[in-house]
Design a protein around this ligand. Structure first.
Ligand code: NAD
Length: 416
């Protein structure tokens, strides 16, 4: 069943509003976005033909500071998906007490079908189209699905050329040579690991004894796979858009990362011991920790009953629907929600932004120390509310995040 991600967002707001008795005016206010820019991106392709792509940039709420959120390139991008992703960024930044708001962008394109030149022209034209609503004090984009440090470098350059000076603070996730931060690439994976470790301390179970299944093997899935593999955990299955591979004795993650980093699909990896599976089959493998790290709406009411893990650690944004959330909660499965679990990315993006503005750069020890401190503080807060109110971790995380935002809205008032 197709779920509209922005309907999911509104449903999640209703759930938390009811739980915390939120002012109805604020509830209504949170269910819309501040602005949504739709742009058309005409590109002359290498064969001389013109192709036009749709692009979006959305600000959900900037009441606590400039917008922050990634840019996604995918043929499935829709305005409602970008609105949902922008809203989740608002909750995430607030949960971590970052002085930033929620934003997101997307272009409806399959970048694998473009040449490098076409991709660069698309990125530069998209940047030019959204130039009036991005900037270090307005909204600071970052990488998301199918975008990377090179794409961020083109955005930074296009913005800077238009303004007549170098402005590295316009995007994060840039290459280190032009103002990027050490530790940004691994940040989301490191954050997932810190939060998971903290959860396991509470459960009093040794993390390295646990078996893991991961959907998505890109930045987020690949890094958490590497970190848990090096930690000693057994990774039973991983997948990408082509499908998954499964080996009950544990996959050799280092070799698989070498393979996919060369641009290959997992399904084409030849090891006779590994069984090919579909993305749907992967989600229902018996394991200790399931990590959806691809796209939203993967665990729904249709398959939630068949999930056999003890923990769902949300690497992706919005992978679990509200109905599935309820099913998992009733089954006693702990869902560590996206706005906490994968917040390492925006946290180190914030560090990168601060470093760019101050023109003073930190070392990796400082990055990881500060990342861990901020995430563990948020985790402890969420865990405390979960225990006190006997509610799901997601509801607790939302209560904390939305309360902070509601207070900011009250203090600023509704303009005029
Ligand atoms: P990515 O492009 O680096 O990797 C995405 C992975 O998912 C790839 O392996 C791809 O093959 C796979 N995939 C794509 N479509 C799929 C499908 N239909 N079924 C199964 N697998 C599919 O993207 P990423 O940056 O790793 O982002 C993954 C998720 O994590 C997204 O939800 C994103 O919003 C979220 N996220 C990313 C960051 C970050 O720092 N990059 C931070 C927080 C959250």
């Amino acid at each position: 069943m197709e779920l509209n991600p922005f309907d999911v967002v509104k449903r999640q707001i209703d759930i938390v509003a009811k739980e915390m008795g939120l002012d109805p005016n604020i509830t209504k206010y949170l269910k819309r976005v501040e602005r949504a820019l739709i742009v058309s991106i005409p590109i002359i392709m290498d064969d001389g033909s013109l192709q036009i792509f749709d692009g979006y940039r959305v600000h959900h709420l900037t009441v606590r500071g400039p917008g922050k959120g990634g840019i996604r390139y995918s043929p499935e991008v829709t305005l409602d998906e970008v609105k949902a992703l922008a809203t989740w960024m608002t909750w995430k930044c607030s949960l971590l007490k970052l002085p930033l708001g929620g934003a997101k962008g997307g272009v409806c394109v399959d970048p694998r079908k473009l040449s490098r030149g076409e991709l660069e022209r698309l990125t530069r034209r998209y940047t030019s189209e959204i130039i009036n609503i991005i900037g270090p004090d307005i909204d600071v984009p970052a990488p998301d699905v199918n975008t990377n440090a090179q794409v961020m470098a083109w955005i930074m350059d296009t913005y800077s050329m238009n303004k007549g000076r170098s402005i590295p603070g316009v995007v994060t996730g840039k290459p280190i040579e032009i103002g990027g931060s050490v530790g940004r690439e691994s940040a989301t994976g490191m954050g997932l690991f810190y939060v998971l470790e903290a959860m396991y301390e509470k459960l009093n179970i040794i993390l390295k004894t646990q078996s893991i299944v991961i959907q998505g093997f890109g930045n987020v899935g690949g890094w958490i796979a590497r970190i848990l593999y090096e930690h000693g955990c057994k990774i039973l299955a991983v997948s990408d858009i082509s499908g998954g591979i499964f080996y009950p004795d544990g996959l050799e993650i280092d070799k698989l990362l070498d393979w996919t980093q060369k641009g290959n699909y997992l399904k084409d990896y030849s090891d006779k011991r590994y069984k090919l599976i579909t993305n749907e089959e992967l989600l229902t493998i018996e394991c200790d920790i399931l990590i959806p790290a691809a796209l939203e709406n993967q665990i729904t009411q249709d398959n939630a009953h068949n999930i056999k893990s003890k923990i769902v650690l949300e690497g992706a944004n919005g992978p679990t629907s509200p109905k599935a959330d309820k099913i998992l909660f009733d089954k006693g499965i702990h869902v560590i929600p996206d706005i906490l679990a994968n917040a390492g990315g925006v946290c180190v993006s914030y560090f990168e932004y601060v470093q760019d503005i101050r023109a003073y750069f930190w070392d990796i020890d400082r990055i990881n120390r500060e990342l861990k401190r901020i995430l563990l503080e948020a985790f402890e807060e969420v865990y405390k509310v979960t225990k006190e109110r006997k509610i799901a971790l997601r509801t607790a995380a939302y209560i904390i995040s939305v309360s902070r935002i509601a207070k900011a809205i009250e203090l600023r008032g509704f303009f005029p």
